[in-house]
Design a protein around this ligand. Structure first.
Ligand code: GCO
Length: 402
């Protein structure tokens, strides 16, 4: 369905938003009070290395804000660390809330709009230890956290994302077993999907009540799903659990964040992995930038165009910055084709601003537009940063550098 044919136009619609993204645990450093820190130090978890100091962005957030502004982006998507804001059950930190309010203010002072993710994979230890998402009260506790944070940040936020990739939280934490709590149980996986849908809905209600007028939605990991040799039935089953249960829960939202990296090939007996001859990346999946167009088209079709779409994550983990530019150029051509066909795509957010802690993969995959020295924490923009920044400033697709 998708080809690498050039798009009809190289211009994006007026008002199209350009941004880049990070997440607290992946960049802040020292987030010892959450389930991921404990998981990283659990024998057999499979995590390549601990997050440690990460990019020291808890202290260097202003350097990050300077980078985003210097590239010429409209938005910066970052996440709140729940364990800093509510370090103990019912005990909220004014200082931590003030920190994130300063980040929002600092971004706006630089002409950048803050897009705030309330939950990006991590839970406070006190909550994880009582069962995490399997404890009956957790969706309500998430809503209470959203209320406190949204009350403090309020109109300082330009957009609010409730849960980042709830499907990945469920799949990796309860079926694949590579995220905390490390279960491999299809029944628990299916049950957690329902819990996270409930948490999302409660989070939307809480944020709308605390910060009226701030658009709110979820960000969902999506894949271009391809059936191979009669894999249709298995594909439908996988995709239902991985995407459709969440897409069905977005009708009342103000937007849907689409987050796409590659495709998933499914045969009659399950996942097939990369196709012979297609380049693969350090993450283990194919170099497949055309997946973004496919997922935008599917999200629009399944939600029947009820909510505007925003690409809230797209990017590539690679040491080859030319390959990064090639990937993004192809992905953006697909976005232009989708828009040309009437799909309401409001923005594109590159993952990530910084090379950072890539969960179970540690610091091996480099998704950043900016490299970070892991000892001095010095930030060094890559050529792709100025290339994508030019596209953002012109709102127009630039050719790949010759
Ligand atoms: C995810 C998260 C990010 C990742 C990014 C690259 O999808 O896992 O949103 O935290 O770092 O997607 O894999």
């Amino acid at each position: 369905m998708t080809t690498s044919a050039s798009a009809a136009t190289d211009r994006f619609p007026d008002g199209f938003r350009w941004g880049t993204a990070t997440a607290a645990h992946q960049i802040e450093g020292g987030n010892w009070n959450n389930d991921w820190w404990a998981w990283e130090h659990t024998a057999g978890s499979g995590t390549r290395e601990p997050s440690g100091d990460a990019c020291d962005s808890w202290h260097r957030w202003d350097e990050d804000a300077d980078l985003v502004a210097s590239f010429g982006f409209d938005d910066y998507r970052f996440s709140l660390e729940w364990s800093r804001i509510e370090p103990e059950d019912g005990e909220f930190s004014v200082a931590a809330l003030d920190h994130y309010a300063r980040v929002c203010d600092g971004l706006r002072e630089r002409g950048v709009e803050p897009v705030v993710t309330f939950h990006h994979f991590t839970l406070p230890r006190w909550l994880a230890e009582r069962g995490g998402w399997e404890h009956r009260d957790t969706p309500e506790r998430f809503a209470a956290f959203c209320d406190r944070a949204a009350t403090r940040l309020g109109p300082g936020m330009s957009r609010a994302c409730t849960l980042n990739e709830p499907n990945i939280v469920a799949f990796c934490g309860y079926l694949l077993g590579v995220f905390p709590p490390g279960h491999r149980d299809s029944k628990r996986f299916a049950a957690i999907n329902d819990v996270l849908v409930d948490a999302h809905r409660r989070g939307v209600t809480a944020i709308r009540s605390a910060a009226p007028g701030v658009p709110v939605g979820m960000t969902l990991s999506m894949s271009e799903w391809v059936a191979v040799d009669g894999g249709e039935e298995r594909l439908d089953r996988y995709r239902h659990h991985m995407e459709d249960v969440y897409l069905a829960a977005t009708g009342d939202d103000d937007f849907l964040g689409v987050q796409t990296y590659s495709r998933s090939r499914v045969g009659p007996s399950g996942n097939l992995g990369p196709e012979e001859g297609v380049p693969t990346l350090v993450m283990g999946y194919e170099f497949w930038p055309q997946a973004l167009e496919a997922t935008l088209r599917r999200a629009w079709a399944v939600t029947e165009g009820e909510v505007p779409l925003i690409v809230t994550e797209n990017g590539i983990g690679t040491d080859d910055d030319d390959q990064r530019i090639d990937y993004v150029h192809q992905a953006l051509e697909g976005v232009l084709r989708a828009i040309a066909d009437g799909i309401d795509v409001r923005g594109y957010t590159y993952w990530s601003l910084l090379d950072n802690f890539e969960w179970a993969f540690g610091y091996l995959p480099r998704f950043g537009l900016t490299s970070v020295d892991r000892t001095s924490f010095a930030r060094l923009p890559k050529p792709s940063a100025s290339w994508l920044g030019e596209i953002a400033r012109n709102n127009r697709l630039s050719p790949k550098p010759s």
